[in-house]
Design a protein around this ligand. Structure first.
Ligand SMILES: Cc1ncc(COP(=O)(O)O)c(C=O)c1O
Length: 476
């Protein structure tokens, strides 16, 4: 497949972006063996108020007994060593290139190559300040006023607001929310294909979509993971309609599967048999822009993530980054890279991801074990969408009057929500993450999270309060 030309997908704003470089061109001078730098405003590391950082890391989530101590040094005592992959404070806390620290960049490249290798060669990776930042930058370089972007009908709200901020128009795609695990959940392919094939009749006044924004694994809010078979079909549809795919995947590394509770999962097994592979791996026409983040695998406060895309888009994203965030926090890069190194590099980091998956899988198991035993499930009043990734579970309700003319979903959901609040359990109503009227009116579900509880007891107490609330709603 020859590389496609993507310039028609760019926004007008990229045309007005120029290079940020204000150096006087060190390159034309005859290099001095020992130059003194009087040029940039980079404070010497002696001005930094931190000498070194001692870190105590944990090896398993919530286990404060199994720890490792290590130190991030101020300067490198072993400057010439090519094997030393640690970032010192003098390097990591200094101004950096837009691409970030080379060692951390290399680690992320290794991660992509080993877990989700793109199906073409001309790609690169650019660090971001997390996925929200990455998505904002992607929309900045793509969206002109009145451009349309396809989104899942229930989705991450900040993304929808980003699209409209650039005066783009988010177009919702129908989702199948079928509690049966084996059914084809996620984007409704029939609807998707029909919408694009008959775009002019559905939306006579709108441009054809430039991109699809999708959360493929552990979707927020539904928890659904798109199967590889469906991803291939979605990819082919996008390719035939010249649509880019913006893949936002904060949850792909967190696997929710009982296997992680009962046996030790090997690294190769995790990568080959449990990870739901990225659209990158089938991206023969280089149309995928993938956003990753360290928010869920390290900590949200790190504000570090990255975008993987073809070099054409990465170059435009770099220019924008130079003018905005300049690069991802050097302090965060320093801490994350050194932590990964201390854990043993790629293998150690993947072992941490396996431990994370185990801890989240236990939580999922405990909640589902509780809920599935309730009369509510037996009476078919609630259906649970069992997630394979991430931290969200959706619970779909069968409201008594749902098929009658007087049915008003808002009052049903508000009543249920208030009962939950009275019982001391706070949830998210599906309608608050809906795009468009149809989605809002069909949002007969709530989203709960596995992420926030302090411990398993709190998870079980939460499940108990949830059940009590549903019982009050349906049976009294
Ligand atoms: C789908 C999705 N994208 C992005 C984010 C935020 O990512 P980050 O913290 O990296 O900006 C979230 C967080 O909840 C999310 O659910």
């Amino acid at each position: 497949m020859s590389k496609l030309e993507f310039s028609h997908h760019l926004s007008e704003s990229v045309k007005y972006r120029t290079d940020n470089d204000f150096t006087t061109g060190e390159s034309y001078q005859i290099p001095h063996p020992n130059p003194i730098y009087f040029n940039y405003g980079c404070p010497n590391h002696g001005f930094f108020p931190i000498k070194n950082i001692s870190i105590q890391s944990i090896n398993k989530p919530f286990n404060n007994e199994d720890t490792t101590d290590f130190v991030i040094n101020g300067t490198n005592n072993n400057e010439n060593s090519t094997t030393n992959k640690s970032i010192t404070i003098s390097q990591g806390f200094q101004y950096m290139e837009v691409t970030g620290d080379k060692l951390f960049y290399n680690f992320n490249k290794e991660l992509i190559l080993k877990v989700n290798p793109p199906a073409y060669n001309d790609w690169d990776l650019l660090l971001t300040c997390g996925s929200i930042d990455g998505l904002n930058k992607i929309f900045n370089i793509l969206i002109n006023p009145n451009d349309t972007i396809l989104v899942e009908e229930y989705t991450f709200v900040p993304t929808v607001n980003q699209i409209t901020q650039y005066r783009g128009i988010p177009i919702p795609l129908r989702l199948n929310l079928n509690p049966n695990k084996n059914s084809n959940n996620g984007i409704d392919l029939e609807f998707f294909e029909d919408l694009l094939n008959n775009w002019r009749s559905y939306h006579p006044n709108l441009r054809k979509p430039k991109a699809l924004y999708t959360i493929p694994n552990g979707q927020n809010p539904t928890g659904i993971t798109t199967s590889m078979e469906t991803k291939k079909k979605i990819y082919n549809i996008c390719q035939s309609h010249d649509i880019l795919i913006i893949e936002d995947d904060p949850y792909g590394y967190i696997i929710l599967n009982d296997d992680f509770i009962h046996k030790k999962i090997a690294i190769n097994d995790y990568i080959n048999n449990y990870i739901s592979k990225s659209y990158l791996t089938i991206d023969t026409s280089s149309r995928v822009l993938r956003c990753e983040t360290y928010s869920k695998t390290f900590a949200p406060g790190s504000r570090v993530g990255f975008i993987v895309a073809n070099n054409f888009f990465i170059d435009h994203l770099k220019k924008l980054t130079e003018l905005t965030t300049t690069y991802a926090s050097g302090i965060s890069q320093t801490i994350i890279q050194n932590l990964i190194l201390q854990k043993g590099g790629f293998q150690g980091w993947v072992n941490w991801l396996i431990e994370l998956s185990k801890a989240y899988s236990i939580r999922k198991y405990k909640i589902l074990e509780f809920l599935k035993k309730t009369k509510l499930v037996q009476d078919n009043l609630i259906n649970i969408i069992e997630p394979n990734n991430g931290m969200f579970i959706s619970i779909v309700f069968k409201f008594e009057n749902a098929n009658s003319n007087e049915y008003n979903i808002k009052s049903d959901l508000d009543k249920l929500y208030n009962i939950c609040l009275n019982n001391g359990i706070v949830v998210i109503l599906g309608k608050t993450m809906a795009v468009g009227e149809r989605a809002r009116e069909n949002a007969k579900f709530i989203r709960i999270t596995l992420a926030m509880a302090d411990n398993i007891e709190e998870i079980i107490e939460g499940a108990r309060r949830l059940t009590k609330s549903f019982e009050e709603y349906f049976y009294s």
